[in-house]
Every structure is written in structure tokens, then in C-alpha cells.
Write a protein that binds this ligand. Structure first.
Ligand code: TYM
Length: 334
């Protein structure tokens, strides 16, 4: 049984529907039943070159997005990672029980480093900080999309190695991955996951204007038309998945059923599917966008984040105070 969940999101680029369906909506759904801690990971964001002013704005903007998506700062401990510097202390300690071999196997590092001219050591040790994020709160569940599974496996290995050296201390965190939505694909290259970094045409932003979303969905890559009984192409399957996730929330599942039936007999017009995806998606995104506009004008978000950081820091300090003597650090615990 999971008792405490932790998850994080990078404040780079805009929040897209992959983040929303793969992670954020699950965080919002869990917060009533499970103690939830959600962190905007700005220490992670600086592993690649980012302008300081842009980072600060993006951090605040991401917090506003998350609250608009239903993360309630009264229920969830929502905070900015660097407001709790204990993350870095535990990150250093855990780095000392992490092997270079394990880090070299991380596919996200291979991916991200291939796009950088300057590859920082922070980018390489990024998964150690991610393990620290989770273990600092002794979280046993981590709701994420599929792309984080390898990092989570490493987090468990790190916890195990720490425990075997210093005594049983950290729980081994389990990933909590939704049955649907864990891997939303790019609209213009449906063989790759939807991501912020691939470029404008690849993703739909949660806060994007309606006209631009319509255009992107209409231009989504499908195929040249299939015969009845053919397997679904990746682009069409992705649109159906987005439609299924959207109609689950709007309750209009008959739209999905009809289009599926049309597909099965080979009479589906992709333009009809795309229109349905756009309309159902907007039913979800419109209220989120409206809530965001209100929040932004209220100017309350910074205070919410500060109070979240206070709550997080109490837990973080407690863990660090226990870890230091276990490892033999400092003069305050002779
Ligand atoms: P990030 O910021 O890339 O993504 C945030 C969350 O969104 C999910 N996600 C997706 N889900 C479905 N389809 C997609 N196309 C898609 N793209 C992204 C991600 O799986 C993630 O859950 N390393 C993390 C941040 C992090 C973290 C942590 C997460 C730092 N510390 C501790 C969990 C626990 C990251 O870069 O996520």
C-alpha cells in the first residue's frame, strides 16, 4: 500500500498534454486520498543552459499551470525544489553510493547529451538528484509517465545500496504509471514521445490558444487511409488515445465508441476524428485556462509556494538529520 507520493516536473518550456495525461491529472486525482508532494524541479532545469530570468519566470508559470490543472496547494505540498536545499545535500550523499556504470546506462542522458554542445556533469548525475528528491521524503509511490521508469529503477537501486551500507532506512519507491496516457506521442512524429524540446508542431500546450490547438490537431500525422481490418497506425492510435482520455473526463464516451466502430469497418474520416479530438480536448482545457487567468491576476501563487516549501522543509530536515549520523557526517552528532 502506497502511503506517500512524490513527483516532480521541470519548469522548462510549456506544460503539454503529455505531461497532463501522463502525470499531472493523476497527481490531482490522488491528492484527496494519499499524502502528496509535488515539486517544480528547478535544480534539474539548470543541468542544461538556461537563462536565469527565464528560469524564474518559468518556475512561477509552471506552478500557476499546476494549480490551474487542479493541484490544490492546501492538500498537496507544492513547492520549488531550490527552496528546500536539503535536496542537494542528499543528492551528494547518494551520489557516493551510485556507480558511474549505472548512470552511463540512462537513455535520457544519452538522448539529452546528444543535443548539447556542452555536456555538464549535472546532466550526467541528474538521476541521483531525482533519487534524492524522492528519498528525502521517504516517498513510496512516484506517479510519472513511462519515460521516467528507468530513472525510478535507478532510484530503487540507490536506496538499496544506501540501505545495505548504512542500515535499512529508505523505502524502495515504486513508480505509479497510469494504464492510459503514460506515453502520449508527438503529433508530427507519432513514433516519438510528445516533448517540449522537439519543437512547436510536436506538442499541444495545455495553455495554448484554441486556434493554435485546432491547427496542430488538424495537422497531426495520420496515414494515407487504411483498409478495414488493418492495424492502426501510430498517429491514429495516438489521436484515439487522446480522445479516450478526454472523453473519460467529459463523459462523452459515445463519441469515442462511434469513431472506433467507423474505424473497424474502414469508414473513418480522419478529419472527423481530429475534430472530435480537438473539441473534447478543449472541453477539458478551457476551464483550466480560465482558472489560470484568474490565478495569474490574483498574485497568490508565490505565497502558496512559500508555504509549500515550509511544509516540505520540515520533512526534508528531519530526513537529513537522520542520514548524517548514519553516514558519519558532521560534528553535531559525535
Ligand atoms: P518532465 O518535466 O520531463 O515531465 C513531467 C512528467 O510528465 C511526464 N511526461 C509524459 N507522460 C506521458 N506522455 C508524454 N509524452 C510525457 N512527457 C512527459 C513525465 O513522465 C513526468 O512524469 N525527471 C523528471 C522530473 C523529476 C522527477 C523527480 C519526477 C525530477 N525529480 C522525482 C519524479 C520524481 C522530468 O524531467 O519530468
Amino acid at each position: 500500500m502506497i502511503t506517500r507520493v512524490f513527483s516532480g516536473i521541470q519548469p522548462t518550456g510549456t506544460l503539454h498534454i503529455g505531461n497532463y495525461f501522463g502525470a499531472v491529472r493523476n497527481w490531482a486525482a490522488m491528492q484527496d486520498d494519499i499524502e502528496s508532494i509535488i515539486c517544480i524541479v528547478d535544480y534539474h532545469a539548470i543541468t542544461i543552459d538556461v537563462d536565469p530570468t527565464t528560469l524564474r519566470q518559468a518556475t512561477l508559470s509552471m506552478a500557476t499551470d499546476l494549480i490551474a490543472c487542479g493541484i490544490d496547494p492546501e492538500k498537496t505540498v507544492l513547492f520549488v525544489q531550490s527552496d528546500v536545499p536539503e535536496h542537494t545535500e542528499l543528492g551528494w550523499i547518494l551520489g557516493c553510493v551510485t556507480s558511474i556504470g549505472d548512470l552511463s546506462r540512462m537513455t535520457q542522458f544519452k538522448d539529452k547529451s546528444s543535443k548539447q554542445s556542452f555536456i555538464s556533469s549535472g546532466l550526467f548525475t541528474y538521476p541521483v538528484l531525482q533519487a534524492a528528491d524522492i528519498l528525502l521524503y521517504k516517498a513510496d509511490g512516484v506517479p510519472v509517465g513511462e519515460d521516467q521508469i528507468q530513472h525510478l529503477e535507478l532510484s530503487r537501486r540507490i536506496a538499496r545500496r544506501f540501505n545495505s551500507r548504512f542500515g535499512e532506512f529508505f523505502p524502495e519507491p515504486q513508480q505509479v504509471v497510469g494504464e492510459k496516457g503514460a506515453r502520449i506521442m508527438s503529433l508530427s512524429d507519432p513514433t516519438a514521445k510528445m516533448s517540449k524540446s522537439a519543437g512547436e508542431t510536436h506538442y499541444v500546450g495545455v495553455m495554448e490558444p484554441e486556434t493554435s490547438i485546432r491547427k496542430k490537431v488538424r495537422s497531426a500525422v495520420t496515414d494515407m487511409g487504411l483498409e478495414s481490418g488493418d492495424a492502426m497506425s501510430p498517429g491514429v492510435a495516438n489521436l484515439f488515445e487522446i480522445l479516450e482520455l478526454s472523453t473519460e473526463s467529459t463523459g462523452q464516451t459515445d463519441i469515442l465508441e462511434n469513431l472506433r466502430a467507423n474505424f473497424a469497418v474502414g469508414s473513418l474520416m480522419y478529419s472527423t476524428l481530429k475534430d472530435a479530438v480537438f473539441e473534447q480536448l478543449m472541453e477539458i482545457l478551457r476551464p483550466i485556462q480560465e482558472k489560470r487567468a484568474k490565478l495569474e491576476s490574483s498574485g497568490d501563487v508565490i505565497d502558496m509556494l512559500r508555504s509549500g516549501a515550509k511544509r516540505a522543509r520540515i520533512m526534508a530536515k528531519e530526513t537529513i538529520a537522520q542520514v548524517r549520523p548514519l553516514v558519519g557526517l558532521g560534528t553535531d552528532n559525535p
